[in-house]
Design a protein around this ligand. Sequence first.
Ligand SMILES: NC(=O)c1ccc[n+]([C@@H]2O[C@H](COP(=O)([O-])OP(=O)(O)OC[C@H]3O[C@@H](n4cnc5c(N)ncnc54)[C@H](O)[C@@H]3O)[C@@H](O)[C@H]2O)c1
Ligand SMILES: [Zn+2]
Length: 352
Amino acid sequence: MKTIEVHASRSYSIHIASGLLDSAGELIRPLVSGSRAVVVSGEHVFRLYGMPLCSALERAGFQTLGYMHRSGEQNKTFANYERLLERLSFLDMGRSDLIVALGGGVTGDLAGFAAATYQRGMRFVQVPTSLLAMVDSSVGGKTAVNLNSWKNQVGCFYQPALVLCDPALLRTLPEREYRCGCAEVIKYAVLGDADFFAMLERKPISAQEEEVLARCIAMKRDIVERDEFDCGERQLLNLGHSFGHAVESCSRNAVAHGEAVAIGMAMIARAAAAKGILPDAERDRILALLYENGLPVDCAYSADALWRAMLKDKKRSGDAINLIVPERIGRCRIVKTPLAELEDWLRLGGAS
Ligand SMILES: NC(=O)c1ccc[n+]([C@@H]2O[C@H](COP(=O)([O-])OP(=O)(O)OC[C@H]3O[C@@H](n4cnc5c(N)ncnc54)[C@H](O)[C@@H]3O)[C@@H](O)[C@H]2O)c1
Ligand SMILES: [Zn+2]
């Protein structure tokens, strides 16, 4: 088992090992004084892993209750958050009892926000089941729900008491979801670790999952420890996301988030190379690694359409947007870019 310690506003461990789900009870028990646990999950994931998790918790003395929400981003809503709170209240859950989020980022964000706010904070454990949730959303304590079409508009920072990453759970993840997670993995390598990038070039992610998870989680941990509340350095994690969000929005979500991030990373790599910031050979390696992982690298939208979508980016500050620009594989810089110059970046990135 690999363990990564996080020292943020709360200190906690992230354990990574295949088969960890079976040991969930014994690992969680010492951290929780209450005796009851609510396992929150999407319908599909609950059917796959809900019972094994509940059994593991019961073996450690917990009384367990399952709570299923509808799967999918469109269900990360205020209404579903309120429904979950009502359920917790109906069950008479107390602050020392436990909520376990078993699922992808949607479940983690929804259950995390409920755990953070119900009676001003319950014990909370994450058991991520998607690749994206393992390397990204379960690390760092961001919780949220969407408000109408505004993603993650309401939420808070709330670090869990423990995160259990079991790569065996990824065997049932649909292939497209897996590939989307690969885009986030590649993002970490471009962002901060040239050796890790070379490791991904040598062997597929699926053939070295535990090591890949550990590297990504450690990298996110380092950034979160330095900037837990997203005031500066944490925005580096947005690599590929500014253009990616615009692609997602122009496609009306037909392009999935991870695919859009891949396109966004390819675009910023092309633009950075065209501007002489990133060597051409490194741009080519980034494009090749994305392509080898089954991810798209070409942009089907015009610079004008993308630019208009970027005006709605909630990370925009006034008339500028911070682009995360690779200088080399393993090193990126934050470039404050006036809106007037964005179209140029987008065209150099491959927009028509
Ligand atoms: N909190 C953060 O820091 C943070 C960071 C990045 C993303 N997010 C959020 O995460 C969400 C995206 O997360 P996601 O990509 O995991 O989406 P998701 O939670 O919707 O899961 C993707 C799909 O995979 C299915 N699934 C998950 N695990 C499975 C498994 N093991 N076997 C079979 N099916 C499985 C789910 O049912 C769902 O249909 C977004 O809402 C995003 O805003 C949060
Ligand atoms: Zn992302």
